[in-house]
Write a protein that binds this ligand. Structure first.
Ligand SMILES: C[S@@+](CC[C@H](N)C(=O)[O-])C[C@H]1O[C@@H](n2cnc3c(N)ncnc32)[C@H](O)[C@@H]1O
Length: 153
């Protein structure tokens, strides 16, 4: 996808790292990885992956944070690769999240991003159907009105 055989020395930002699988792969390919996720359980999972498979990689940092936090995003700076796979539509403010992710891409850098297929399906359906019980807390990822409708179902 990137046309590179390794990520040696590249700065990589993994927004919404979830389990941390992409982060661990990037770190082991030589990248300086910064991972964050809004959800504490996901952060704990990424930290555990780092402990098991990347603890010797001192340039890999993991934290709990939101892509909607403008100050944090400014402080992080620019990255050669910004990865956000199936995350930005969960934030409750997708367009701002996309803008923040784009702003973090360095000149000549790449944004690797995926969204859910929305054609013919409401955001409410997506949140309900694509949010597995216990692995994602939809109430934290959907806007108030969507949550209110979900509660009535
Ligand atoms: C479907 S998972 C994808 C995880 C990972 N990117 C992957 O591909 O396996 C969505 C992730 O987005 C995270 N997320 C939701 N809102 C977020 C926000 N505002 N900032 C950062 N992460 C967020 C969730 O906690 C969850 O871990």
């Amino acid at each position: 996808m990137l046309g590179r055989s390794d990520l040696e020395g590249l700065k990589v930002l993994d927004i919404g790292s979830g389990s941390g699988l992409f982060s661990v792969a990037a770190a082991r390919l030589g990248a300086h990885v910064r991972s964050f996720d809004y959800d504490g359980a996901s952060v704990a999972c990424t930290v555990e992956l780092k402990r098991r498979y990347g603890d010797q990689i001192s340039s890999w940092q993991v934290s709990e944070a939101s892509v909607l936090d403008e100050n944090l995003m400014q402080d992080l700076g620019k990255f050669d690769i910004v990865h956000s796979w199936s995350v930005l539509h969960y934030t409750g403010d997708m367009w701002r999240a996309i803008e923040n992710a784009i702003d973090a891409v360095a000149e000549s850098g790449d944004l690797l991003y995926s969204d859910l297929q929305r054609s013919g399906i409401s955001q409410l359906d997506l949140v309900r159907d694509k949010t597995p019980v216990r692995s994602h807390d939809y109430a934290r990822h959907a806007q108030g009105s969507a949550v209110a409708q979900l509660e009535k179902l």
